[in-house]
Design a protein around this ligand. Structure first.
Ligand SMILES: Cc1cc2nc3c(=O)[nH]c(=O)nc-3n(C[C@H](O)[C@H](O)[C@H](O)COP(=O)(O)O)c2cc1C
Length: 210
């Protein structure tokens, strides 16, 4: 057998064995999607630099590739990586807290802003009459994509309560959502400056029904 024929035979054998392999769970390292899901943790301390826009664009692109009911895509996303904007709204919220709570927040090590110190924040809005499930899928896609790119994230429901007050209206107006949309959730993104342990999960929440 010539050298070329031998190489072709080896290549065909390798391909055939790959095609006949049965599905296995494998280890996390074998599967980048599972690795990203299992290693993601909510990050609350970040390096100061914002997420490069080319990475953020990819993260948003992954978000809008989430499934949605009848492909309605009931979401609007606004990304803010302007630290002055995030600082302004943070200072305003701090001013509105009582002095004990404000001192508590400001004394947190590395406190930078009310978005768990993230340098880049995505604000997600959905129609006033629904779309929350679809937006949840968009958010998770964005966070898993971020994880796979070395970017940490944290879902932020807390600041939304404040952003819905009259005092914060000017900020939400700057975000420029369509009139029939309301702010649902923020997600902080940035290069992680911590590596928190996984919080426990309750496996008994899921079971087969026979
Ligand atoms: C809808 C939603 C809202 C959340 N809001 C906040 C928040 O306001 N502040 C915060 O620090 N974490 C927030 N989290 C993050 C959760 O605390 C976190 O996901 C949970 O403790 C599990 O930890 P893990 O993400 O590290 O696995 C939120 C998560 C979700 C899904």
């Amino acid at each position: 057998m010539s050298r070329l024929n031998l190489m072709i035979a080896v290549a065909m054998l390798t391909l055939a064995s790959a095609c006949t392999q049965t599905a296995t769970v494998g280890t996390d390292a074998d599967n980048q999607v599972i690795a990203a899901i299992m290693s993601r943790r909510s990050i609350r301390h970040y390096k100061p630099e914002p997420v490069p826009r080319e990475l953020m664009n990819r993260i948003v692109e992954c978000g809008i590739n989430a499934p949605s009911g009848m492909n309605r895509q009931p979401w609007e996303i606004r990304v803010v990586d302007n630290s002055a904007m995030l600082d302004t709204i943070s200072k305003l919220q701090l001013q509105m807290l009582d002095s004990t709570r404000r001192a508590q927040m400001e004394s947190q090590p590395g406190f930078r802003n009310i978005f768990r110190n993230a340098p880049t924040v995505a604000f997600i809005a959905c129609p006033v009459d629904g779309g929350q499930l679809d937006c949840g899928m968009l958010c998770q896609n964005m966070m898993i994509a971020a994880q796979s790119l070395g970017i940490g994230s944290c879902c932020l429901g807390g600041p939304i309560r404040f952003l819905k007050t009259d005092e914060a209206r000017f900020f939400v107006e700057q975000l420029g959502f369509s009139p029939e949309y309301q702010l649902l959730l923020a997600i902080g993104f940035g290069y992680p400056d911590e590596a928190p342990e996984a919080k426990p999960r309750d496996a008994s929440k899921a079971r087969y029904v026979n």
